[in-house]
Design a protein around this ligand. Structure first.
Ligand code: GLU
Length: 289
């Protein structure tokens, strides 16, 4: 499909850790509509080696096509595929990590899961969704360590322990969400120091998505409201890396009959199951309006 002339660049960024469900389709449909007249790309977010599987990538492409998605760049678009698989982009993420490390924005965290859980504070309930992970208490922050330990840790290799981005405590971050309007959160209260590099020597979602959205020239990120808190983390990364942040549009999450958000466990609402049950994409879309 040939890209069109507007400067808008949007993306679909699924992770192949299961089958796509109706919630993905709804968010992606919004993304596709907003990209009308511009360029839409598909990025395969396949960094989670333990959970991503090639058969889910194949299913994702088939399910997206069936539902009526069409993209101009990325896997199965008729052009080169490799640059849009995150697993093929590790060099870019490593450079970004080294930039953050050089600037003193990150530190290695040697806390066990148990240490983290015991010391964690609950995030502030301030309208940013109550946070999506407990606040890291900052035990491995460099200023908490004696100088010798600080120097030892600064020289640690990248692999073997997670590296956290040190958030500016008390700083208020604002952005205008094109779906939800003005948004704000306070670093260190609504979210804490977050992982940018994983012990398996891979980038975290936060770092990879920022590097990619910037490198791919994305002008607006359309995604589910479950990632709203992550947007603040990502805004800090854009700033620290000297990159320009895109606009953000967070879609409401689709809920099941019990009011829970759809997840990959909702097998009956996977696009494959709906297709097998004879549902048509047109009829499914008609239910959203
Ligand atoms: N790959 C992420 C997911 O499936 C979404 C990334 C994003 O849209 O920023 O949850």
């Amino acid at each position: 499909m040939a890209p069109t002339s507007s400067g808008y660049r949007g993306r679909l960024a699924p992770s192949p850790t299961g089958y796509l469900h109706l919630g993905h389709a709804r968010t992606f449909w919004t993304a596709q509509q907003r990209a009308a007249g511009g360029t839409l790309l598909l990025r395969n977010e396949d960094l989670d080696q333990a959970r991503c599987r090639p058969e889910y990538v194949a299913a994702m492409l088939e399910d997206l096509r069936w539902f009526g998605f069409a993209w101009h760049e990325g896997p199965d678009c008729g052009g080169p595929r490799a640059p849009y698989d995150q697993s093929a982009r590790l060099g870019l993420y490593q450079s970004a990590f080294e930039q953050l490390r050089h600037a003193g924005c990150v530190y290695p965290c040697t806390c066990s899961r148990r240490d983290i859980a015991e010391a964690a504070a609950a995030p502030h309930e301030s309208g940013v969704g109550g946070g999506d992970e407990p606040l890291y208490a900052g035990r491995c922050r460099p200023e908490r360590l004696d100088p010798a330990e600080r120097a030892r840790r600064a020289a640690l290799p990248r692999a073997g322990h997670p590296w956290r981005f040190r958030v500016p405590d008390g700083r208020r971050l604002d952005f205008f969400d094109t779906a939800r309007g003005a948004q704000s959160a306070v670093a260190g209260a609504d979210f804490g120091d977050f992982v940018v590099w994983r012990r398996e020597d891979l980038p975290s979602y936060q770092l990879a998505v920022v590097v990619d959205d910037a490198a791919m020239g994305i002008t607006e990120v359309v995604r589910g409201a479950d990632l709203l808190v992550s947007t603040y983390r990502q805004l800090l990364l854009y700033e620290a890396l000297g990159l320009v942040a895109p606009a953000f549009h967070h879609c409401p999450l689709l809920l099941d009959a019990e009011g829970r958000r759809l997840a990959k466990r909702h097998d009956s609402l996977s696009l494959r199951a709906l297709r097998a049950a004879g549902r048509s994409p047109e009829a499914l879309r008609a239910e959203w309006v």
